[in-house]
Design a protein around this ligand. Structure first.
Ligand code: IDP
Ligand code: MG
Length: 154
């Protein structure tokens, strides 16, 4: 089944210039980016997004981190996209995440773990709505068109 999931590149990914390398892994796996933007996460949206963690002692620190600089939000599409994106990310703690996963290769922290991906199809639907208007998500197909520009068009 073709699914859509929400992916966030956290402020540490931008600070560490990892945007390209992370997006490359998503594309090389075969998933398709159908929405993408840079934004500042407000404290209000952060509280909503991490509502399951509000009572945790580390929440204030997580909020400070997530609102410390811009993030990239993406809608990622493909067969079993929710599960595949979670596999690409690896477990929460970068120290325990296996090599070959995004967190395993780019993080040694439980908090500063560079990426978020929705944990279920139901969560994905809610999270995509939190960050994207319907018109900001695009339907596009890979085509056999030759997009090489000729000198006449230049
Ligand atoms: P997930 O991102 O792997 O789904 P969650 O448990 O939903 O993990 O936690 C959301 C985010 O909160 C994590 O990605 C991480 O940035 C942060 N976090 C989770 N547990 C801890 C912790 O024990 N200490 C500090 N930050 C944490
Ligand atoms: Mg989670």
């Amino acid at each position: 089944m073709i699914e859509q999931t929400l992916v966030l590149l956290k402020p540490d990914a931008l600070q560490r210039s990892l945007i390209g390398r992370i997006i490359q892994r998503i594309e090389q796996k075969g998933l398709k980016i159908v929405g993408l933007k840079m934004l500042s996460l407000s404290k209000e949206i952060c509280k909503e997004h991490y509502s399951h963690l509000l009572s945790k002692p580390f929440y204030p620190s997580l909020e400070k981190f997530m609102t410390s600089g811009p993030i990239i939000a993406m809608v990622v599409e493909g067969p079993a996209a929710v599960e595949i994106m979670r596999q690409l990310c690896g477990p929460t703690d970068g120290k325990k995440a296996p090599a070959g996963t995004i967190r395993g290769d780019f993080s040694i922290s439980t908090q500063f773990n560079v990426i978020h991906a929705s944990d279920s199809l139901q969560t994905a639907k809610i999270e995509i709505k939190r960050f994207f208007k319907p018109e900001e998500i695009f339907e596009w197909k890979k085509t056999l068109e030759d997009f090489t520009f000729s000198t006449e068009e230049a």
